[in-house]
Design a protein around this ligand. Structure first.
Ligand code: ZN
Length: 480
């Protein structure tokens, strides 16, 4: 019994030992699990913050801390910056950019099959539409876009079905190609239709660019843009859309031109360029000097607000004190405020480096006290090099840059300070001429000049290839 009970005891001890081991092991495993989970969570959090950080950072990491927002307008810029190594971007952001770029552009050759469109002799509209559309598609593909035709052959497809197809595929753009006809056979020219009421898709800018570039490529006549909310193509589409009538088949000379492959290629070139400019716009920094002014600054702000555009105002301290509410409005509405000077007096300002700095500091403090903005940018009255500052400008620039301020001159201008009596039309012509289609334009204007304020809306409409931006540290400084 004893032996047995002893062996029983041993067995019991053994079981207890095993249970003890198991218990300890369970604890160890549990603790290990907890540690693993904690480490995984920490790593993931770190990864996530890295993702956010990486999405927010460009190579100018030290000076750029705004997140990069990918939208239809900047996706191509970003893709280019990534390819050229200027921009480091996360997989997630890259994926979003890729998906956006992969959205298809639908080119719709009007009519087809039993529906020939207008017919003059052996020239049938549907055939011309298809030939042009095919060339547009090819050109877009060569530019790197995904493009497809809404009808590939000579089949009949109802126009509502074409738009529905584009909508269901979440197409990027929809451009329909047609030919015009008029009882009066002297009527000729290129006409583009869009839906003005549709503000969400920016179809007007697409229509303007396609019209502008087609007129440019063909040397043809541009007729008025036409807004028609009833048109199936423009009203039922969920993406930016327009319809271009590339010529009048009823007009003999235009009909003959449309019969030539060379002319049709010019048209296709224009349409493709218009689409490219729409998706990959140039950048313009609208800058207004010498404000705020009693009435014109508010007019300028109203137009900018209506157009949803942000600009830059190089203000004068004296007027900020005089019109503090307007100065506050500039800041509140998201525009960039830069310093022009405190008192616009060239002689006093440029008497010495110290006189410049003293004036600047006064304007800077005024802007800060009234608007809360710590200005980073400034613009020299008269530009960085002018007749009044030759002796001191380099020393002023050196000192201002040492203090971390960035100055902007301009590379295009309305000419509204040079000639105070210039009409709005003259100002618009000056602006368009001096911008000269550059990819990055700093446009000089003055919110103290009446005709500048009156011209602004038409001016913006006259520059559809530009996306208007406020100055930020991302912009390349333009210096004389
Ligand atoms: Zn000025």
């Amino acid at each position: 019994m004893y032996g047995r009970s002893r062996s029983l005891y041993r067995a019991q001890r053994r079981r207890e030992e095993i249970r003890g081991y198991l218990g300890t092991m369970m604890w160890v495993v549990t603790v290990l699990c907890i540690i693993t989970v904690a480490i995984t969570m920490a790593v993931q959090t770190a990864k996530a913050s890295k993702v956010i950080a990486a999405e927010a950072v460009t190579t100018d990491a030290a000076i750029t801390d705004t997140p990069i927002l990918l939208d239809e307008k900047n996706v191509t810029d970003i893709a280019q910056a990534v390819t050229s190594g200027q921009l480091f971007i996360t997989d997630k952001a890259q994926e979003r950019a890729r998906l956006e770029a992969e959205r298809v552009i639908i080119i719709d050759p009007g009519h087809g099959g039993m529906d020939g469109g207008c017919v003059f002799g052996d020239i049938v509209e549907k055939d011309i539409n298809r030939k042009i559309a095919y060339r547009v598609m090819q050109k877009l593909r060569m530019m790197g876009y995904r493009a497809e035709l809404a009808r590939k052959g000579d089949e009949y497809i109802d126009k509502a079905d074409r738009v529905e197809m584009a909508n269901s595929r979440n197409a990027r753009l929809y451009v329909s190609i047609h030919q015009n006809s008029c009882e009066d056979n002297s009527v000729a020219g290129i006409e583009t239709w869009y839906d003005e009421g549709d503000e969400t898709t920016d179809s007007k800018r697409l229509a303007m660019l396609i019209q502008q570039e087609t007129v440019r490529a063909t040397g043809g006549t541009g007729r008025e843009l036409v807004s028609d909310p009833e048109l199936c193509v423009t009203s039922k589409s969920t993406m930016p859309a327009c319809l271009i009538e590339t010529g009048f088949l009823s007009n003999k000379s235009e009909r003959e031109k449309l019969g030539s492959a060379e002319y049709r290629d010019q048209i296709a070139e224009g349409i493709a360029n218009g689409i490219d400019l729409y998706l990959n716009p140039k950048t313009m920094y609208l800058t207004f000097d010498d404000g705020p002014s009693e009435e014109y600054t508010d007019m300028v702000l109203d137009v900018l607000k209506e157009k949803n555009i942000k600009a830059t105002f190089f203000v004068i301290g004296e007027y900020v004190r005089k019109y503090p509410e307007t100065a506050k409005r500039i800041a509140e509405e998201g525009h960039t405020i830069g310093i022009h000077c405190d008192v616009h007096d060239y002689q006093k300002l440029y008497a010495s480096v110290d006189s410049y700095l003293e004036d600047f500091e006064k304007a800077y403090d005024t802007v800060y006290e009234i608007t809360g903005v710590e200005a980073q940018f400034f613009r020299f009255p008269g530009g960085s090099v002018n007749a009044y500052n030759k002796a001191v400008y380099q020393d002023i620039i050196d000192e201002m840059e040492r203090r971390g301020f960035v100055y902007y001159d301009w590379n295009a201008s309305l000419g509204d300070a040079a000639k105070k009596t210039a009409s709005s039309e003259e100002l618009i012509c000056n602006a368009v001429d001096t911008a000269r289609g550059r990819r990055e334009v700093v446009m000089l204007a003055h919110d103290r000049v009446d005709n500048t304020a009156y011209a602004l809306e038409s001016l913006i409409d006259a520059l559809p290839e530009y996306r208007m931006e406020p100055l930020t540290m991302k912009a390349v400084p333009v210096h004389f």
